[in-house]
Each structure stands twice: as C-alpha cells, then as structure tokens.
Design a protein around this ligand. Structure first.
Ligand code: MTE
Length: 307
C-alpha cells in the first residue's frame, strides 16, 4: 500500500501547528467554551469520587486546551478539529463484544453504563508528538468491561475498534489511512489497574473531540494507543496489526510504552511540551507509571517495547 505522508506526528514537534496560530484560534473561540479550570478550583466541582491512587504530580491542563487541541484523524489531521467533531452522533450507540468471548453480543452504551460505577482519575497523557496534558477523566476500569465481555481463557489480546461514520467524519475520505482506527492491548495490560475507559472529562460528559461516548485511556503508553469513540471490543489469540503500525511500522509499534531514552526515528522523546504553558519538562519512563506497569514487560525484553 502506498502511503502519502501527512501531518500529525509524521512531522517533528517543531513543525506541529505553531503556537501563535493556536493562540489566535483560541482567541476566536470567544465565550463558547467555559473558562479554564485551575487545579484547585476544579477540585471543588461535584462529580464522581476521585480515586486517590493516581496522583498526577502536575497542575491540571486548562479544560480549554485539552478540548481544543486534539488528534482525531477521522475528523481531520488539524489539531483544531473540535468544531467538526461536534457532528459525531452519540446516541444510539452500542458496543460490539466479539471474538473469543463466551457469547458475542452488542451492548447499548446506556445499559453498559448502568453496570459500572463511575470514578474520577487524574492522569497524565503523553502524545508521541511530544506534547502532554494532565486531565481528570471520569470513567471506569477497563477490567470491568472485560468482566462484562466474558473473554475465553485462551484469549491473548483485546482489540479496540472505533467509529466509522462517513456522514459525520470527513477525515475518512483520506484513502491512505487503513480505517477503521484499531488499537490493541495484551490481556495482562488490559487487566492492569491503570487501564481505564473514559466517559467524561473535567466532571462533564466526554466531548466528541476527546472520544465520546467511550474512549480507552492507557496513560503509560503514547497517546495513539488510547482509541477514541469505541464501537467494538474483540478478543483474539493473535496480535492484530494496529492502525499506526499498519501505516508506518518503523515509527509506530504495537507496544508504544513511553520512554525518554528511545527516540522516535525523527525526533527526541526526552522531553515534552505541556499544553497551555508550553513549558518543556523531562519525559518519564512509562510516563511516570512504572510502579503500576513495568512488571508487565519483565518477560518481553526482546520486544520493541518503546515505539
Ligand atoms: N482515536 C481515534 N479513533 N482516532 C485518532 O485519530 N488519535 C490518538 C488517540 N486516539 C486518535 C485516537 C492520538 S494520536 C492521541 S495523542 C489521542 O487520541 C489524543 O487524545 P486527545 O485529543 O483527547 O488529547
């Protein structure tokens, strides 16, 4: 397959949308978005209980920045796709539970949400493009969804497939991308405490541009693993080819664990730019979540774990 190189993380960080342009765009948003939350102000908002096990160790990113600077290629490869994303139709919405499960079936999102208790977690998010944010997600552990799906003991991978709706997603007309967007985890990764399904952000329903109504959130991996707007979760014995791996296997792999010491072939991963302040801070291995996840990889040293 011939792939035309496009923007996004296929270019170095310094070529990503210039900040002056972003700032100007934000200026144009006027009063249409809520004022940014400061970390402490946000803590006073009512919402589902915050899980204290996940300390972000950084100030929260302003809501405005997290919701107006996004990657969602089904809509556009521009970072300010949030306007287009408002067309995403969020109901009815069902999730197919398929493959190596006790009984393949579809579950309506509202039925699913009745079966899980919402909680809030503040997580750092590190994009492979070397920008980062810290945001409060609402949602539930992925392990709860695994329990509902009832995978067979022989299943080895969980595959996440996301929405394809040509009527509302103009980016799908780009034929060089292997739609649908597919991501996957090993069963052990998916069962890890950190693996989360997000349904909200900043105490509000998840905005379409951040992956409504249901999005995977795996904060120890580069952001492209966190697939948005999930429609299918299937279980397999063999490792699937994931979306970015299919496009550029030398640059984007299956594991994609964050590591400052392993450069992307075209840029360094040693530091990251915080959305909002644009401050550069050192990147941490596993995005700082090694205590939760490093043990998952003890027997996988021969794999390319960090790309
Ligand atoms: N999911 C889908 N379906 N399509 C995408 O293009 N982009 C990924 C990930 N999930 C993407 C996706 C990338 S590269 C990143 S960094 C995060 O979403 C961005 O999430 P955010 O916009 O909420 O910050």
């Amino acid at each position: 397959m011939h792939i035309v190189r496009r923007r996004g993380w296929e270019i170095p960080e310094h070529m990503v949308t210039p900040e002056a342009v972003m700032t100007n765009r934000r200026g144009l948003l006027g009063g249409s978005l809520a004022l940014a939350f400061a970390g402490t102000a946000y803590a006073e908002e009512a919402g589902p209980p915050r899980n204290p096990a996940f300390e972000a160790g950084r100030a929260l990113t302003a809501e405005k920045d997290a919701t107006t600077y996004n990657n969602f290629y089904e809509f556009s490869d521009d970072k300010d796709l949030w306007r287009e994303a408002q067309a995403l139709k969020l109901r009815p919405w069902s999730i197919r539970l398929d493959g190596m499960v006790k009984q393949p079936r579809s579950i309506d999102i509202d039925d699913l949400l009745k079966q899980v208790a919402p909680e809030e977690r503040i997580y750092r998010h590190r994009c492979v493009e070397a920008w980062a944010m810290t945001v409060p997600w609402t949602g539930f552990p992925l392990s709860k969804l695994l329990a509902i799906a009832e995978p067979l003991a022989s299943a080895k991978f969980v595959v996440f497939e996301t929405q394809v709706d040509k009527k509302t997603m103009p980016g799908l007309s780009a034929p060089w991308y292997p739609w649908p967007y597919v991501e996957a985890l090993t069963m052990a990764e998916a069962a890890n405490d950190l693996a989360f399904i997000s349904t909200g952000l900043y105490g509000k329903p998840l905005p379409p541009q951040n992956g409504a109504p249901l999005r995977l959130t795996v904060p120890w991996k580069y952001g492209f693993k966190s697939a948005k707007s999930l429609v299918k979760i299937s279980f397999t014995e063999t490792r699937p080819k994931t979306f970015w791996e299919a496009i550029q296997p030398a640059e984007y792999g299956f594991w994609a664990n964050v590591n400052p010491a392993v450069s992307h072939p075209r840029w360094s991963q040693a530091s990251e730019r915080l959305l909002g302040s644009n401050e550069r801070v050192p990147t941490q291995i596993y995005n700082g979540y090694g205590a939760f996840v490093a043990g998952l990889y003890d027997n996988l040293k021969s794999e390319k774990l960090f790309m």
